[in-house]
Structure formats: structure tokens, C-alpha cells
Design a binder for this molecule. Structure first.
Ligand SMILES: Cc1cc2nc3c(=O)[nH]c(=O)nc-3n(C[C@H](O)[C@H](O)[C@H](O)COP(=O)(O)O)c2cc1C
Length: 198
């Protein structure tokens, strides 16, 4: 499929049919996604896989009982076939930008970064993964876990990394509860492209 079609076709999906993801297959896909650009070749993004059977434990820490009880999406999400926790290692960026050829940037300390490139790299790898999944006929949703980020990192043994997002992956069951975000009126894509000097 053409890249333009993959881009147009990809939609976040939040209700899955329980088909498990083969982890060896997913890990190959993750390795491909890591062809994504990485600032200074810091290579500080990690893609951490979870199988269908691991998701109960994941949801137990990534959500709370109140949310699970009231969410219209929980049942569809828990039928995901697997997940990828996208994490990054700011310390790798500090170390890289402290090397001789980069030390002049003054970015050897994370608080000095106006744009934290570990998040940028994580986003690039995540998009590559979403497109690869789309190409292979799988669906996914990118899921933030700000409120429970520390619990998830502790549960996953990733305390010294930052959790960028969790990508829940599966086959759609066609019963998606669409996001309210999609009801928003936003500027058309072409309006968000600007020629600065006419
Ligand atoms: C940085 C980022 C964070 C997101 N966080 C969530 C999330 O926590 N939960 C969720 O259901 N969707 C999340 N989304 C999905 C967006 O709601 C979705 O991409 C947007 O509404 C456009 O829909 P589409 O991707 O299907 O075109 C996130 C997307 C991005 C890029």
C-alpha cells in the first residue's frame, strides 16, 4: 500500500476483538520502527512489548478501579492483543550532547533542553510503528498514562526511563466508541500548511 494511503487510512481504534499479537512478530516490527530518526544518534528510545496475557496486569496499574467501572471503552481496550510501551532515556541524550562534538550545545543537562528530543524521538518511532501496524492490517491506539505513569514504570521495571505512551494493538471488533476529540472543528489540513514568504 502507498504511504499516502496508509497515512489517510490510519485511525486510532479503541475496541478490539481479542486476537492475540505474536510477540516475535511485534518485536520485528518494533525494530523496523526504530529506523526512525534519533537526535544526535542518541538512540534513547525503547519499545517494550506486552502480550495479550500481560494486559490485565498492565490495566491494573495503568488505570484505576473508578475509571474501569465507568469507562465505556475499557471492555474494548482490554481485548487488545498486545501493547508496546514506548519509553525514552533522557540520560542518553544528556550523555550524547555532552560528547566533544556536541558539548557546545550546552545540552548535557536535561533541564537545558528547550525541546526535549527524547520525546521527539519517541514520537517519531511511535508514528513509524503505527504506520507499520496499519500496513500489516492491525489497528492501534496511542494511550497516554500521565496519572499512572510512575505506577506503570515501576510495574514494568522501567523506573529510570520516561513513559512516552502506550500503544495498544489489536484487530478491531468494529464496535469502537469514537473519541469526542473527533467532534471538534479544527482547521483543515491544508490550512495548517503555511507558505511563510508568498
Ligand atoms: C500525543 C497523543 C496522545 C494521545 N493520547 C490519547 C489517549 O490518552 N487516549 C486516547 O484514547 N487517544 C489518545 N490519542 C489519540 C487522539 O485522540 C487521536 O489521534 C485524535 O483524536 C485524532 O484521531 P485519529 O488518530 O483517529 O485520526 C493521542 C494522540 C496523540 C498524538
Amino acid at each position: 500500500m502507498e504511504l499516502r494511503d496508509l497515512l489517510a487510512q490510519r485511525r486510532m481504534t479503541r475496541s478490539f476483538d481479542g486476537t492475540p499479537v505474536d510477540l516475535a512478530w511485534l518485536e520485528e516490527l518494533c525494530a523496523l520502527a526504530l529506523w526512525a530518526p534519533t537526535a544526535g544518534n542518541s538512540a534513547g528510545v525503547r519499545l517494550n512489548t506486552l502480550g495479550h496475557g500481560d494486559l490485565e496486569g498492565f490495566f491494573a496499574v495503568a488505570t484505576d478501579e473508578q475509571w474501569r467501572a465507568r469507562s465505556t471503552r475499557f471492555h474494548g481496550l482490554r481485548r487488545a492483543g498486545g501493547a508496546v510501551l514506548v519509553t525514552s532515556r533522557p540520560q542518553d541524550y544528556e550523555a550524547r550532547y555532552d560528547e566533544d562534538d556536541k558539548a557546545g550545545s550546552g545540552l548535557g543537562e536535561r533541564s537545558a533542553w528547550p525541546v526535549p528530543y527524547w520525546h521527539t524521538d519517541a514520537a517519531m518511532a511511535t508514528m513509524a510503528l503505527l504506520l507499520l501496524l496499519e500496513e500489516r492490517g492491525w489497528q492501534a491506539v496511542l494511550w497516554g498514562s500521565f496519572r499512572h505513569s510512575e505506577d506503570v514504570r515501576r510495574w514494568a521495571g522501567l523506573e529510570d526511563e520516561e513513559l512516552f505512551a502506550s500503544v495498544l494493538i489489536g484487530k478491531t471488533d468494529g464496535d469502537d466508541v469514537t473519541s469526542k476529540s473527533l467532534d471538534r472543528t479544527v482547521p483543515a489540513r491544508h490550512e495548517r500548511v503555511r507558505r511563510l514568504v508568498p
